[in-house]
Design a protein around this ligand. Sequence first.
Ligand SMILES: Nc1ncnc2c1ncn2[C@@H]1O[C@H](COP(=O)(O)OP(=O)(O)OP(=O)(O)O)[C@@H](O)[C@H]1O
Length: 311
Amino acid sequence: MIEIDALTKIYGETRAVDAVSMTVETSSITAIVGTSGSGKTTLLRMVNRLVEPSSGEVRINGERTADMAPYKLRRRIGYAIQGHGLFPHHSVGRNIGAVPRLLGWSKKDIRARVDELLELFGMEPDAFRDRFPHELSGGQQQRVGVARALASRPDLMLMDEPFGALDPIIRARAQEDLRRIQRQLGSTIMLVTHDMDEAIRLGDRVAVMDGGKLVQYAPPEEIVSRPASDFVAEMVGDNERPIRLLALIPVADAMEEGNAEGPAVAATASLRDALAMGLWSARDALPVERDGEVVGRVTMDAIRARAERPE
Ligand SMILES: Nc1ncnc2c1ncn2[C@@H]1O[C@H](COP(=O)(O)OP(=O)(O)OP(=O)(O)O)[C@@H](O)[C@H]1O
C-alpha cells in the first residue's frame, strides 16, 4: 500500500502540488489525470524522490520514503516515461535486465525474466532479445520501456504519459497489454495522463488534479457519474458521459433471459460495444454468448437504462 500524506511542492510562488493525500492499494492502478501544469508529474516524481517534497510524506508499506536511500528507493520503484528512455547502445535484453543486474540477480535469472517479459508483451524473445532500440518500432520501444520498469518486480511502478507518443490504435493495444500484465503480475501502478479516456480505461481509481490540488479520487464509474466539481465534469465531457459509463459496464451486468436474432455479443464485452452492434444492425436485442454458447440476451432498452444519470 502506498500512502501519500499532505504531500506538497512549492516552487517560488507556485504550489505545484498542494497538500495531496491519497492511498494507493497494492495490485491496483491509479490514474492521475489533469490539465497541463496541474502538478501530475511533480506528484509522481515526489513518490520516488526525483523531486524532494517541500512538506508531507510518502509511505510504502508503512515505510517512510524519506528514510530510504534514494538509489535504493528507485530500485524498488519502476519508472517509465514517455519516449521510453531506453539506453540506445544496449540490446533489448540488456535494457530490460538493467535493474535486476544492479540488484545482483544471477545471469540465468535475468535471462529468464527478460524472456518472460518479452513474451508477456507479445515480442518473441529469440527475435527481439538481441536487437537494439533503433531496430524496433515506436510501439515496440514503448513496450520494452514498460517491460524494463517491471523487470525487478518493483513494489510500485510509476508511469508518466507512457503511451503519449503512440498512435491511437497502438495506444489502445498498449493499454490493453498493460491492463492484462498488471492483473497477471499483480503490480501496483501509478500512471500520469492528460487523457481522461485513458484514465477511465486503465484506472481502478482515478485521481483528478487541478492547480496542484487533488479534486477527486474515486473509481472511474464515480468520476463519470458523480463528478465532484464542474472542473471534473468538464474533464469527463458532458456529452461523453453516457457513453463512458456504458464502456465501463460488462454486457453480463445487463443481461436477461430470452432469445434474440443475429450475431451474439460476448458477455465480457462492454455495453458500449453492444450498443454499437445493436445500432449498426438495427436490432432491439442481441444474443449474449459466453465460451461460445448463447446464455441470454441484452436489449437496447436495458442498455439505455444503464446510460441514464444515476439518482
Ligand atoms: N523545476 C521546477 N521549477 C519551477 N516550477 C516548476 C518546476 N517543475 C514544475 N514546475 C511548475 O509546477 C507546476 C506543475 O508542473 P507539473 O510538471 O507537475 O504539471 P503536469 O500536470 O505534469 O503538467 P504537464 O501535463 O504539462 O506535464 C507548473 O506550474 C510548473 O510550471
